[in-house]
Write a protein that binds this ligand. Structure first.
Ligand code: ADP
Ligand code: ZN
Ligand code: ZN
Length: 744
């Protein structure tokens, strides 16, 4: 169907549905108008329809209803059918906002809010599961009571089972289908198809608390008060800015308890709750605590669920059977009506940014959703982002729940070190082993060594597709690329000079695991490793965390995963190796990342009854401000310094960043496209940095622009238009262009 925009005549042919087809063709600009004939009166914004489009049937979403159209009546097509269930109207609005905010397409953005399994197919792939349920009737009970004459022994058995157990799936009654039917025909039992929800089961790691809320500390009460007041304030009583909170509380200060009680307050006010966690695999404790407190009213949405389970959880939310949705960034699209509270736990985590199109930031989407719903936004972290400190009402919790101080942090200078573990670290690990306690060791890189070189000719093993060094993984006897996954066998000799003397530089988790086993090897003090190599399978992270939690003593060594949010009460030592590694990234967030990594790891130590926590930070940069501030637990000092630096350099929150990457087999094409975009971008208050070459990735040469903008909307629009225009030029067709708003 064609929309003839040249013709201004408006035809009054109600009712019209404006529909976005869920196709990937970027060139076609919707929405497109369709005529709603008889039988389609119930169509609303958010209804899914199969419509004829460009010669075939496609699934589309109604984004608007109208009484008139610019399309002449004879050209107006009608939808073919309705596909149930549809999407709540407010999520359609949110998707349209994302389209503009993150330089995406309506089809892609709407794809985020569809029911699980709906996709682009014109028929739903997932359906509600139904089961045949049998239930004894009064007549059936009476027949049993009067001695069960006229019942065969088998029939009596079935009825007795049902009388005792209540309604049961037919397959669990002990009777066969024909037998049950005959009893039903005699009115002794009732057979009925009922919907059965597939319910995901979650490992309950360390859900130590019962369902009963503890007595809050004075600081928790002080933090909760304004949140509850905002939840109870009527519409319009507060400005949106007064409903946005940042709970900045040290690790172990009981932030989750504040979330739980805020959620309870929202439910009491008759409103629903979304709880975002950075990664579901890393948040089993948070999920378990919400489930322990609120039971079946909690639904969990994430991609590791089977599609059937996800569909059923989605339907429970859609129908209001569940009123709290817990999940990773995509849970911000939970189909809950009347959301009153949106919680963003560990709001500093980069996982909130989605790395595919649309490249949305779930924290920003959460703020938008809360704004549109008149809901309270509650972000929380021990190491919040400067952006959040700047924009939200901050609530501080300065003390841990158990009243224990944060553990002392020592910085260990590694400039003269010969061994990846500093002598002080080895000694401290020995102490922990002798005391039968636990330690966590954080290593920033997985694998054995960071790179491999030839001692005689200096050859370095690089990825053939990317300009990065290959990392040695000894147990897999391979060197592999952490960007594209390229992998080759560990070389024995140098292919350039034939030397057998190859050097391994740096230490990853695999090597540190080995070092630890050698240094402190003891069957009563096991070493657990946690990184992307050991946790590739579903559920592996929760399992590994569970094993470490259950062990009486031991060391957990791993990548950043080990520093995230876990509450292990008997960890007395935390060690960060190579703390300055994150500082070496050419990124304005390098300082923030480093601070948060060290501070978060420090937060894992010294919880529970063994108050003698200790944290060691091994680094080459002993006086880097972010490391020194983290060692002093000086979050406020760090944030003040960081905000000052960003204001001078015009980084977020004082400007928005948009990154454009052009990639192509040919470097000149990539550069030319980036250059063309740079010349087209024109928005007030926007400065363009670049083009600058980036390292080659997956065989593609890349060139990048960074746009710093003070007027975000105008800049995003200008960049989107520039990218679109360049994509249509001859050079643009040889290049793939992507625009990333708020890049990580
Ligand atoms: P955070 O998220 O701030 O790091 P948690 O919410 O995990 O802290 O709380 C740390 C521990 O203290 C948890 O085991 C939690 O159940 C417990 N806790 C929280 N609040 C209280 C309280 N008011 N009284 C007793 N224990 C509490
Ligand atoms: Zn060589
Ligand atoms: Zn590679």
């Amino acid at each position: 169907i064609q929309v003839d925009r040249a013709r201004p005549t408006l035809h009054a042919v109600p009712p019209i549905a404006r529909i976005e087809p869920l196709t990937t063709a970027r060139a076609l600009r919707g929405p497109f108008d369709y005529l709603l004939g008889p039988g389609l009166e119930h169509v609303q914004v958010g209804t899914l329809l199969v419509v004829p489009f460009a010669g075939r049937d496609v699934l589309g979403v109604v984004v608007e209803l109208a009484g008139e159209t610019g399309v002449p009546p004879e050209k107006l097509a009608a939808p073919r059918s309705v596909v149930e269930p549809g999407v709540p109207a407010e999520l359609v609005a949110l998707a349209r906002w994302i389209t503009d905010e993150y330089c995406s397409t309506p089809a892609r953005a709407l794809g985020l809010v569809l029911p699980p399994g709906a996709g682009r197919a014109t028929r739903p792939r997932v359906r509600t599961r139904r089961v045949l349920v049998a239930e004894a009737t009064d007549a059936g009970r009476a027949a049993l009571a009067d001695g069960g004459q006229r019942l065969t022994p088998k029939q009596r058995e079935v009825l007795e089972t049902l009388a005792a157990a209540g309604p049961l799936p037919a397959t669990q009654t002990g009777g066969d289908h024909g037998g049950l039917r005959r009893l039903a025909d005699r009115g002794l039992l009732q057979l009925e198809q009922r919907e059965q929800r597939r319910r995901p089961v979650h490992a309950a790691v360390g859900a130590r608390n019962g369902a009963a809320p503890p007595r809050l500390t004075a600081e928790q009460i002080a933090a909760l008060e304004p949140i509850v007041a905002a939840l109870e304030a009527g519409d319009g009583a507060l400005s949106p800015a007064d409903r946005r909170f940042l709970l900045h509380g040290v690790t172990g200060s009981g932030k989750t308890e504040v979330y739980l009680q805020a959620a309870a307050a929202a439910l009491r006010a008759g409103r629903n709750v979304i709880v975002l966690v950075p990664e579901i695999a890393l948040a089993p404790q948070t999920v378990a605590r919400f489930q322990a407190r609120f039971g079946d009213t909690v639904a969990v949405l994430h991609s590791q669920l089977g599609q059937g389970e996800r569909y059923d959880e989605w339907m429970r939310l859609r129908r209001g059977e569940a009123r709290i949705c817990v999940g990773p960034r995509s849970a911000v699209f939970a189909p809950l009506a009347d959301v009153g509270l949106v919680i963003v736990d560990e709001e500093h985590e980069p996982a909130y940014k989605h790395e595919g199109d649309p490249r949305y930031d779930a924290r920003r989407v959460a703020a938008r959703r809360a704004h549109d719903a008149g809901a309270v936004l509650l972000s929380g972290s021990a190491t919040p982002r400067p952006e959040s400190v700047h924009a939200l009402r901050r609530l501080r919790i300065l003390r841990r729940v158990d009243g224990r101080p944060l553990p002392p942090v020592e910085i260990l200078d590694m400039r003269d070190a010969r061994h990846p573990l500093h002598p002080v670290t080895r000694e401290a690990l020995g102490d922990v082993r002798r005391a039968g306690r636990k330690a966590i060791v954080l290593v920033n890189r997985r694998g054995w060594s960071n790179f491999l070189s030839c001692r005689s000719c200096g050859r370095v093993w690089n990825c053939p597709e990317c300009d990065v060094a290959l990392v040695l993984h000894r147990s897999q006897r391979a060197v592999s690329c952490h960007h594209c996954g390229h992998s080759e066998r560990v070389p024995r000799t140098c292919p350039d000079c034939g030397s057998v003397s190859l050097a391994r530089h740096g230490a990853g988790t695999e090597r540190i695991e080995q070092e630890l086993i050698e240094a402190i090897g003891d069957p009563a003090f096991p070493v657990f490793r946690l990184d992307a190599d050991t946790t590739a399978t579903k559920g592996a992270i929760a399992k590994a965390l569970g094993q470490f939690d259950a062990a009486p003593a031991g060391v957990l060594v791993g990548t950043q995963i080990v520093a995230k949010g876990h509450d292990f009460p008997d960890v007395t030592l935390g060690v960060v190796l190579d703390a300055d590694q994150t500082l070496r990234f050419p990124d304005f967030r390098a300082e923030e990342r480093t601070f948060s990594l060290v501070a978060q790891l420090a937060g894992r130590a010294g919880r529970g009854q063994h108050g003698d926590g200790r944290v060691l930070v091994q680094t080459l940069a002993t006086d880097a401000p972010s490391i020194v501030a983290a060692a002093r637990h000086d979050s406020d000092g760090f944030l003040a310094g960081e905000l000052g630096r960003r204001e001078i350099l015009r980084y977020p929150p004082f400007a928005s960043l948009i990154r454009v990457v052009c990639s192509a087999p040919d470097a000149a094409d990539a550069h030319a496209a980036a250059d063309a975009v740079a010349r087209l971008v024109d928005a007030p208050g926007a400065t363009v940095l670049g083009p600058a070459p980036l390292f080659r990735l997956r065989g593609k040469e890349r060139s990048q622009l960074v746009i710093k903008a003070t007027q975000r909307r105008a800049a995003v629009q200008s960049v989107a238009a520039a990218v679109d225009a360049v994509a249509r030029t001859p050079v643009g067709r040889r290049v793939s262009l992507s625009a990333d708003v708020d890049p990580q």
